[in-house]
Design a protein around this ligand. Structure first.
Ligand code: HEC
Ligand code: HEC
Length: 293
């Protein structure tokens, strides 16, 4: 906060408190005839008394004001001025440092262990499970089996590669899949043909002539990322199309929509958030999931 803003906040809060004090003082000095009524009558006999505020009640207001002044001066709410020098960011940083002092060493030890070994270490997997629940399950599901648009991490099918190094790179640096939209580049008939060809790659029944024509188009526009036979490319994240595992849905209309409008799946980089050691443990955890299948 700049000095000007600080001054503004101090003036504003002081004025408000002074105004409250004045209001209480004014209303407690009002000349009220205790025992009299306001003259309002309900239901024939219910009258409204006109009495001074009880002393204990007024006292509570004064106590609140005194507490408020103390709080303002002690904690950072009076502009930049704070007697205790407390603020929530430092408190957060202290707590993180305290946790790091306890767990940092444990994670450093895990990080020094090769992934192939670490994926069989129960303590590391238990830590990995917790990290996953907190940082990954929103997208990949608490069982890591994914959802439409989000990959299943518990199977043996890998968009960006299933080697320990590839999984570690995916988690640390993130990935962005680029499936370009072909709505402008290809006419409707060609896109329909390609949708049928994609279905045939997955093993569905499709007219042989259409398959032959579709293959032609596929080998022109799609093979660079999806491979000549739809086997996919872990380098470009082109999903394998020669199976019944669908990221965006298995219906023909969805496949046509993917081809027409494209898709961009984004896996956010985790190293900036979690650091190298924890991402290493997460990679071991993810590896262990597909081992179970
Ligand atoms: C530049 C690389 C690239 C090209 C070229 C490309 N794709 Fe893709 N495609 C991808 C990527 C990457 C994905 C995954 C998108 C994501 O991240 O969600 C994908 C996804 C798909 C999917 C969804 C699969 C699923 O499991 O849901 C289909 C279908 C598809 N592409 C068909 C095609 C067809 C047909 C062509 C040619 C007209 C084509 N792609 C060209 C990169 C490409
Ligand atoms: C904001 C949602 C989101 C979060 C959070 C997220 N992911 Fe992902 N993740 C994705 C998406 C989307 C993809 C697919 C990327 C693509 O289409 O190229 C992906 C891909 C992956 C892959 C590659 C899968 C493959 O088949 O190659 C791995 C491994 C992975 N995520 C692990 C993790 C881990 C571990 C975490 C937690 C630290 C995590 N993800 C957090 C959205 C997310």
């Amino acid at each position: 906060m700049s000095f000007g803003w600080s001054l503004f906040v101090i003036a504003l809060t002081s004025l408000n408190i002074l105004a409250c004090a004045w209001l209480i003082n004014w209303s407690s000095k009002m000349n009220i005839g205790d025992g009299e009524t306001t003259g309002h009558i309900w239901d024939g006999d219910i009258v409204e008394g006109n009495n001074s505020l009880p002393r204990w009640w007024l006292g509570l207001f004064w106590i609140t004001i005194i507490f408020g002044c103390g709080f303002l001066v002690a904690y950072p709410s009076f502009g930049d001025f704070s007697l205790l020098k407390w603020d929530q960011i430092s408190q957060y940083e202290e707590e993180i440092a305290a946790a790091e002092a306890v767990y940092g060493e444990v994670f450093a030890e895990f990080a020094a262990t090769p992934l192939d070994e670490l994926k069989n270490n129960p303590a590391a997997l238990s830590a990995g499970r917790n990290l996953f629940a907190n940082n990954c399950s929103t997208c990949h599901g608490s069982d890591a089996r994914g959802a439409r648009g989000f990959p299943n991490l518990a199977d043996a099918e890998w968009q960006w590669g299933g080697d320990p190094d590839q999984i570690l790179t995916t988690i640390r640096s993130g990935r962005t899949g680029i499936m370009p939209p072909f709505g402008a580049a290809l006419d409707d008939a060609t896109r329909q043909l390609l949708a049928d060809y994609v279905l045939s790659l997955a093993g569905r029944e499709v007219d042989a002539e259409r398959v032959a024509a579709g293959e032609q188009q596929f080998r022109t526009f799609c093979f660079a990322c999806h491979g000549l036979t739809g086997e996919g490319s872990t380098l470009l994240g082109g999903l394998a199309l020669n199976n019944e595992i669908w990221r965006h849905g298995s219906g023909r209309s969805i496949i046509l929509d993917v081809i027409t409008n494209g898709r961009n799946g984004a896996m956010p980089a985790q190293e900036p958030l979690l650091g190298a050691d924890r991402t290493h443990v997460l990679a071991a955890y993810v590896l262990s999931l597909s081992d179970e299948d």
